[in-house]
Design a protein around this ligand. Structure first.
Ligand code: G6P
Length: 416
């Protein structure tokens, strides 16, 4: 089996290689090909990957190439971890909206939209190349905004793909830990969109334990219990950007406060220095300071379920089909799915509870309009997307904000 990593110059690559080593018994890759557009980073990450795999003694061959089409030849699985525009573009996505009093974030709002507009054309190009070179291969995507990208790929390509985020698994686990319940006894019903997900029901030993879960979380996490009780659900941590938007913006605007991208830039520089050390042959502890810990586990779980046709339950991003009543069939959602050799099949979750329905639908409209804007190269549709987003307060803000964002992204968005 051949695994290809697109964007292998990413500082997350050792996370994935460690996962491949850990899960090798059930996922016996014998060849890994790394590809990137940055020769220096590709060389550093190839060296570390080779040392990690050699130390594990699994006999996995490692190749590296700057030519993506060559890398894809004979692929079974393609993991994508690219960042179009690099960390500089992320920092702009975070900084510019803040000047308009709006949270800057790489996966939602105005910042998420710009990341999507930069990334969707590159992802569709990759998908079309896979259709030609390795049409049977699976694209496992972790590139953000991964829910929006899952929708773009589902609507505009024939590639077999699954969108991933480590969040739902991590948060579900954290809820059960707060309750002191073994995962084998429980079932967490997770619904929504990527980074806009909610645990709407928690079952323990076949009984509805949602109220108990809310109390446990209110007690153990630094969140307002009354807020959770009012909501009747446990939201993903990213939901603070919506329900506590004033506090989040105020904190981000404090003098000297770094954005997440600025902090990650520092972490990445230190990581790359460590990765280049020829004596290093494992994932260094510093990598835990990035947010994507647990990514390799969800990626390997998805690949294992496909390779062995297991039909196991995983929370991933797919086109809705009939899973959520209140979302169009061709829009992406993040819900429990059964994953087997033919892909991820969303489980029917019914109607979204009324307290969260409007928010999910509004953000979905923004996401679908963002896909349309990227595919059509349309400033008008991008404006519609921005105005549909619940964090953008008015036309007076949306119009100049979009102009400034597009101007700052000219290098990556040809129609900007
Ligand atoms: C979590 C999220 C990912 C996100 C990452 C950010 O894992 O689920 O979608 O990419 O955190 O990590 P970073 O270190 O880039 O802020």
């Amino acid at each position: 089996m051949k695994l290809v990593i697109v964007g292998a110059g990413s500082s997350y690559t050792p996370e994935l290689i460690a996962g491949v080593i850990q899960h090798h018994a059930q996922l016996p890759f014998d060849e890994i090909c790394l590809t990137d557009i940055d020769a220096r980073r590709l060389e550093i990450l190839t060296g570390l990957s080779e040392r990690m795999l050699a130390k594990a003694g699994l006999g996995v061959r490692v190749h590296a190439t700057l030519e993506r089409a060559r890398a894809l030849e004979g692929a079974h699985f393609v993991n994508c971890i690219i960042r179009v525009g690099g960390m500089e573009a992320r920092i702009q996505d975070e900084r510019i909206p803040l000047r308009y009093g709006i949270i800057g974030q790489e996966t939602t709002g105005p910042g998420g939209m710009m990341k999507a507009l930069r990334t969707i054309p590159v992802m569709l190009d990759l998908a079309h190349e896979m259709e030609r070179v390795c049409p049977r291969a699976w694209l496992i995507n972790y590139t953000n905004p991964s829910g929006i990208i899952a929708e773009a790929l589902g609507k505009h390509s024939r590639v077999r793909c699954i969108g991933l985020c480590s969040g739902p698994q991590e948060w579900s686990k954290a809820i059960l830990t707060a309750m002191g319940v073994e995962p084998a006894r429980a079932n967490v019903e997770w619904v929504g969109l990527n980074h806009l997900g909610f645990a709407i029901r928690v079952w323990v030993d076949g009984e509805d334990a949602t109220a108990r879960a809310i109390e446990a979380v209110a007690d153990k996490w630094a969140v307002d219990g009354e807020w959770l009780r009012a909501l009747g659900a446990i939201p993903a941590s990213y939901l603070r950007n919506y329900y506590h938007r004033g506090l989040v913006v105020e904190a981000a605007q404090q003098p000297g406060q770094l954005t997440r991208g600025e902090r990650v830039k520092e972490i990445e520089a230190a990581l790359l220095e460590q990765y280049a050390d020829p004596t290093l042959a494992e994932k260094p502890p510093l990598l835990a300071q990035r947010g994507g810990g647990g990514y390799a586990d969800v990626a390997c779980a998805a690949m294992r379920a496909i390779a062995h046709n297991t039909g196991e339950r995983q929370i991933v991003q797919v086109l809705n089909g009939g899973a959520l009543d209140d979302i169009p069939a061709d829009a992406s959602v993040e819900v429990p799915c059964l994953v087997d050799a033919s892909g991820a099949h969303p489980l029917r979750m019914g109607a979204l509870p009324l307290p969260i329905r409007g928010l999910v639908q509004a953000v979905k409209a923004y996401e679908s309009l963002t896909v349309q804007a990227a595919v059509e190269g349309s400033r008008r549709v991008a404006l519609q997307a921005l105005m549909a987003h619940p964090l953008v307060p008015s036309w007076e803000v949306a119009r100049p904000l979009l102009d400034e964002l597009l101007e700052a992204n000219r290098r990556w968005i040809p129609w900007a």
